[in-house]
Design a protein around this ligand. Structure first.
Ligand SMILES: Cc1ncc(COP(=O)(O)O)c(C=O)c1O
Length: 369
């Protein structure tokens, strides 16, 4: 998926394969207290490699019981996840992986010689895990369980009971639970998603500025975990990118202040609340060809379509004929689905959907004459 996106996203007229929120500008952050002048005067040396103490302390305040020693600041959530793989996984280990999902954790453990065992979220059960598959995937051999929560791409949020059941199983089997919470705070019309943090000492959380905050370009993410695990991730960090960018660390210190975080989450919510009805109305216009279970959080709409045409082929047609990029379900572990971005400007969304509809109607015509 990443390769498809990086190949085409700047060549198509409309990129609806995105997964974040229309990004915040530096000037907006200046309005929240970022001192642009001090950035102009900043000597561009190395920054503290695990994140400045000020940033880690600010982040720790959002995770009860955590201190700066429980936090490693990384280059995006993806690096946070990657460092945890390097720190925790060895050849022969098993990783349980929720599907559909952000697919990084399908690939990285395998490249390190671990075996990945998927368990499905079930659309017919409101995207709850298939518990039988979950229990088959998470056994005493499991080193780590990876979830995105809220989930990419379904936008689903687990019930408190489902969260407890997952944590219990990790405790029973001695597995780490890696909860990627980069979409936490991007709830559309519901209360804030509870964090897994604090539910057990087997829990490790990753997150970052890229999704709910709307600031992917500064590439700031973080790990929150037991101090020993975090220390090992810091060592791995030394060998990869050394540390985060100094300007980004300064930007992040402003963005994660509680009052600014809430403003940024509210901005995200307003964008998503405005766009979701546009998507809803559009999907309803296909009289059953599209099944759309609305996201509860995040900027992604996953839709099932009623045709045997592979999702890659359908998405390619949309790209070639309409210059619109979407994500085929097959790239997310789910054939028969397409993923469309919800986080852009309304007029951009409307035009993108108009173009996608031309190809979907052509597909319906092909199937039913
Ligand atoms: C669940 C999840 N985690 C991590 C990432 C990557 O985040 P970052 O840009 O912070 O590296 C994504 C991007 O789509 C994602 O969906």
């Amino acid at each position: 998926m990443e390769r498809m996106q990086s190949t085409w996203e700047n060549l198509v007229e409309m990129d609806l394969s995105e997964s974040g929120i229309r990004p915040v500008a530096l000037r907006e952050l200046a309005g929240m207290g970022l001192d642009l002048d001090s950035i102009l005067d900043m000597p561009l040396g190395y920054s503290q490699s695990n994140g400045t103490i000020a940033l880690r302390e600010e982040l720790a305040r959002g995770y009860p019981g955590a201190s700066a020693d429980h936090i490693e600041v990384t280059n995006g959530t993806s690096e946070a996840n990657y460092l945890l793989s390097l720190a925790l996984l060895r050849p022969g280990d098993e990783v349980a992986f929720e599907v559909p999902n952000y697919m990084q954790y399908g690939g990285v453990p395998e490249s390190l010689g671990a075996t990945v065992k998927p368990f499905r979220l079930r659309i017919d059960r409101d995207w709850e895990p298939d518990w039988e598959e979950f229990e088959r995937a998470v056994t005493p051999k499991t080193r780590l369980v990876y979830l995105s929560h809220p989930n990419n791409p379904t936008g689903s949020v687990l019930t408190p009971e489902a969260m407890r059941r997952i944590v219990r199983r990790c405790e029973q089997t001695g597995s780490w639970l890696l909860a990627d919470e980069v979409y936490l705070g991007a709830e559309i019309a519901r209360e804030r998603t509870p964090s897994f943090w604090g539910m057990s000492d087997r829990v490790i959380v990753t997150s970052g500025l890229s999704k709910a905050y709307g600031i992917p370009g500064v590439r700031i993410g973080w790990i929150v975990g037991p101090a020993a695990v975090v220390a090992e991730c810091w060592s791995q960090h030394d060998y990869i990118t050394i540390g985060p960018n100094k300007i980004s660390d300064a930007v992040a210190r402003i963005a994660v202040r509680p009052e600014n975080r809430e403003k940024l989450y509210a901005r995200t919510r307003a964008i998503l609340q405005h766009n979701l009805p546009i998507m809803r109305e559009w999907a309803a216009g296909f009289s059953g060809f599209l099944t759309f279970r609305e996201p509860q959080a995040g900027a992604l709409c996953l839709m099932r379509y009623q045709s045997p045409t592979p999702s890659f082929q359908l998405s390619e047609r949309i790209r070639v004929n309409q210059s619109v990029l979407i994500v085929p379900g097959v790239h997310l572990g789910l054939e028969g689905y397409i993923r469309v971005w919800l986080g852009g400007k309304p007029e951009f969304l409307r035009e993108g959907l108009r173009r996608i509809a031309i190809e979907l109607h052509a597909e319906i015509e092909r199937l039913h004459g």
